[in-house]
Design a protein around this ligand. Structure first.
Ligand code: DGY
Length: 427
């Protein structure tokens, strides 16, 4: 299993970073790279450092870490939206975009400080010799500052996302309501490249894509400015903010290693956790919900994003216990079927066992939940989830995601973060 996972990860390495999947995602993706680095550190700590360094080198002046860093060697038509769509470094370049690298202008969940800390710990001597953390530090701090300074649209200390791709769970049912306000780009105005590499039934619909394109084009046409732009989609996502809090804790650990002040980072992690509980916890649903900032209301759909705060060590005990009950109950069915937690409510109105983030189980989120269970003392459940991740990943050819009932592969196979979390669990 370890050898097969290593083959996937090393096969997807391009020389400076790792593609999530050679045909479907032929560039570098932000949160993919963080999970990839967490696995790659068990094969080559130096490559894992370079994975993160390549990503952070594409950071914008305002601190945002773009969700895609484009590989100039890949033909334009291989992926849509391609660099000419984002226009980050071509004619009419957005202010503050990196001059030498083509990137997208949106972001993905901030898992990077956590990844940097775990990569450091895999070989501290090498890390110190290369000055890895010292060099990554300013970029990681600026990234979190960007989210705090520019994305607190709700004014409550939580970071908001402006596009369904930003929380990483592109077509979650939680976005259906806020997306309803978005006029889709006309069907003939763009050509999806993903359908050439994936089954249509496993991918987002054309209507969703039309809305993704319209939102990204609007942001681009407003110079990727956060303030002073009318954003149709503004959502506080519990998973995104839980990962930010986890990464603030990691920054505190990095600060300790570098002899810097860890206190501000610890207190930011505490404040984020408190804001999550205050703003997004829903006692009746038994999990965290997304907030549509435009209407001020909580979105009632249950998604795995609402379970991710379990990964936070300082989550209040009763909240953690309620999350475990929800996870093992009828809506998420942990311990039944293939043993993995699905991406959304098994009984929800929109559940679809095949379609991307509307039901299938994903390996990176199950890795986070396994850590959360372990840290809140649920050793038996964590062990079982770990075994289920290994069995489903190996049995599905390291699938991008699987049908949560059968464990059958969906999306691409030979998927990098699936291999990465396997390597991490086997270490
Ligand atoms: C895609 O292209 O499907 C990605 O998930 C967006 O980053």
């Amino acid at each position: 299993m370890r050898r097969r996972a290593a083959e996937v990860l090393l096969g997807n390495w391009t020389g400076a970073s790792t593609v999530p999947s050679p045909a479907l995602y032929p560039h570098q993706w932000s949160w993919d790279s963080a999970f990839i680095a967490i696995g790659l550190r068990h094969l080559s700590p130096e490559r894992a450092q370079r994975e993160l360094e390549t990503l952070l080198a594409a950071q914008w002046d305002d601190g945002r870490v773009p969700h895609i860093v484009f590989n100039p060697a890949v033909p334009l038509g291989a992926y849509f939206p391609s660099p000419d769509f984002w226009r980050s470094s071509t004619a009419g370049r957005a202010a503050g975009a990196p001059a030498a690298t083509e990137t997208s202008g949106i972001v993905q969940p901030p898992v990077h400080a956590l990844a940097a800390w775990l990569v450091h710990r895999s070989d501290p001597d090498l890390s110190r010799r290369r000055g890895f953390l010292e060099r990554a530090w300013p970029a990681l701090v600026a990234w979190h500052d960007y989210l705090r300074r520019c994305r607190d649209f709700g004014g409550d200390g939580l970071a908001a996302v402006l596009h369904p791709w930003e929380p990483g769970m592109d077509n979650s049912p939680c976005w259906d309501e806020p997306l309803d306000r978005v006029e889709p780009a006309p069907a003939g105005s763009f050509r999806r490249a993903d359908l050439g590499h994936g089954d249509r039934a496993d991918r987002p619909t054309d209507l969703d894509y039309g809305r993704y394109v319209a939102l990204a084009a609007h942001y681009r046409d407003h110079g990727y400015r956060d303030a002073g732009t009318e954003h149709a989609f503004v959502v506080e996502d519990p998973g995104f903010n839980a990962l930010l809090a986890l990464s603030e804790n990691a920054l505190a650990a990095i600060a300790g290693e570098l002899g810097r002040d860890a206190a501000p980072h610890r207190s930011r992690a505490r404040r984020l956790t408190a804001a999550l509980v205050e703003r997004l916890w829903d006692e009746e649903a038994g999990l965290f919900l997304c907030r549509d900032v435009r209407t001020g209301t909580l979105v009632r759909d249950r998604s795995v994003t609402g379970l991710l705060p379990l990964a936070l060590p300082s989550l209040p005990g009763p909240v953690a216990q309620a999350l475990v009950r929800t996870m093992t109950g009828p809506h998420f069915g942990l311990g039944t079927a293939c043993g993995l937690v699905p991406s959304c409510d098994l009984r929800g109105r929109a559940f679809d066992a095949s379609r991307y983030w509307r039901g299938p189980a994903w390996f990176n989120v199950n890795w986070l939940l396994e850590r959360g269970l372990r840290q809140h003392g649920e050793t038996g459940l964590a062990d079982a989830l770990e075994q289920a991740v290994l069995a489903s990943a190996g049995g599905s050819g390291f699938a991008e995601y699987v049908d949560p009932h059968t464990g059958q592969a969906r999306g691409a196979t030979g998927f990098s973060w699936t291999a990465a979390v396997v390597l991490d669990l086997l270490a």
